[in-house]
Design a protein around this ligand. Structure first.
Ligand code: GLN
Length: 447
């Protein structure tokens, strides 16, 4: 803990942590030491963990990177976090993120942007940017993030670390501030696949507080046998023969596929005609869900309240206008629009239908293949400020990651080298629903 506290202090310019629990972490470490001496320590004894600022941790501040939750304190602990604490993980602090987990660069935080430790002029990725940089820069062993459309995998790729999005329903969302409830997943960010497997295994499984969690038994991901089979791998040809994807990313993806082919795996290009509809579907459905989830922040129940209001109506309006950032306001407006009576069928209902078609297409794919391999992002980490003026360009950064959330399948991002500027490149492996064990074993094999 002392080691990480001094690392965090010397890396404050990265802006990865928004709060550090120095005294508390030292006290917990001393208690864990005692348990180790007594032989009663849990499986994560000594693991120093950071939490994205969207995960409830009882009696600690929680803000989702937003002004609207200023001075809000979590009244209970998220199930996933509690399970890690029960296994003797030590929580060292709360990590910077895009406001309400909306973003792809961590530039939408009321705490300011997080800097990529590999090049301080570049973004960390988002929305779990602080969590990824904290692992990249060695400020903690591991972090917990949330992934609604890539927010664990994309920053992991930009920072050269491992990020896992589990199947929807594998890990309880109880205590996670909701962005889009039918997409949100809590996932680990780590240095190795083995660390991610252990953390996931401990967090996962049924929870009486979240009815969307599956009652399926959680396999022991951390003790799965090494991958030895010949895998059937599909990749989408357009993701490689595509001018809008950086040549470094294309080359690294091809290198991985060629290496797998040379090792005797079956590697086949496939077509996914619905690929072009993924981003619109994702952004229609998530903004709709967000506009509903965020309606609770009204200046009455939580955190910030405008001092300018004259009556209830102006209290709502002024609080929400003053305290939500630009991107959050944009998404609330988009979501409200697609849910409005005149447009509901044209946008929301249609997007739900497309979601079903994408699910069917993905299921058909997994009837033939073990894994779908793709880049994680079309480019490596871009410059801070480069895309802030153009939300559509920013949304395109999620092109490869949203599919897993639209359909609910698990996916992992693992490091696959660096580009010509020394910036990390990631590779994504998507697996069939609830086959995290296979996915993790295979990711470990190609790491
Ligand atoms: N970048 C995506 C978005 O802004 C993903 C966010 C996330 O996964 N939380 O919606």
């Amino acid at each position: 803990v002392d080691h990480y506290l001094s690392k965090i202090a010397s890396a404050s310019h990265l802006n990865a942590f928004v709060e550090v629990y120095a005294d508390e972490a030292r006290q917990i470490a001393a208690a864990v030491d005692q348990k180790i001496a007594d032989g009663t320590a849990g499986r994560l004894a000594g693991l120093v963990l950071g939490l994205k600022d969207v995960l409830s941790h009882k009696d600690h501040h929680l803000q989702a990177g937003s002004r609207i939750l200023q001075s809000y304190t979590a009244p209970y602990t998220a199930t996933a976090v509690q399970r890690l604490i029960d296994a003797d993980a030590i929580i060292i602090g709360r990590q910077n993120c895009d406001e309400f987990a909306m973003g792809s660069s961590n530039e939408n935080s009321s705490f300011g942007p997080v800097l990529n430790a590999a090049d301080h002029s570049r973004v960390a990725g988002g929305s779990s940017g602080g969590s990824a940089v904290a692992v990249q820069a060695g400020l903690c062993h591991a972090s917990l993030g949330s992934d609604t459309g890539g927010s664990v995998r994309q920053p992991a790729a930009f920072c050269g670390v491992v990020g896992v999005k589990p199947s929807y329903g594998r890990v309880s969302r109880y205590g996670l501030i909701a962005y889009a409830s039918s997409f949100d997943c809590i996932g680990p960010i780590t240095k190795s696949v083995a660390d991610a497997a252990l953390i996931l295994e401990i967090m996962a499984g049924p929870d009486d507080y979240d009815s969307t969690v599956s009652r399926k038994e959680v396999p022991s991901y951390s003790s799965s046998p090494k991958w030895t089979e010949k895998a059937k791998i599909g990749y989408i040809a357009e993701t490689i023969d595509n001018e809008s994807i950086s040549s470094d990313i294309r080359q690294h993806t091809l290198d991985v596929l060629n290496r797998l082919r040379a090792d005797g795996h079956e590697v086949t290009p496939v077509k996914m005609p619905l690929l072009d509809f993924l981003l619109p579907t994702y952004y229609i459905l998530t903004t709709a869900e967000a506009s509903s989830n965020l309606s609770r922040f009204d200046g009455v129940r939580y955190g910030f309240r405008s001092s300018e209001s004259k009556d209830l109506e102006s209290l709502y309006k002024k609080t929400r206008t003053e305290a939500f950032g630009e991107e959050v306001r944009r998404r609330i407006l988009l979501g409200t629009f697609v849910l409005s009576a005149n447009y509901y069928d044209a946008y929301y209902t249609k997007a739900q239908r497309v979601r079903r078609l994408v699910r069917e297409e993905t299921n058909r794919f997994f009837e033939q293949f073990d894994f779908l391999i793709s880049p994680v992002t079309p480019t490596t980490a871009f410059k801070i400020g480069e895309k802030t003026e153009d939300p559509i360009q920013m949304y395109l950064a999620d092109i490869f990651t949203v599919q897993a959330n639209v359909v609910g399948n698990p996916a992992i991002s693992i490091p696959a080298g660096t580009d010509e500027n020394g910036m990390p490149v990631g590779i994504q492996i998507m697996a069939p629903y609830f086959e995290e064990d296979k996915m993790l074993a295979f990711a470990d094999y190609i790491s």
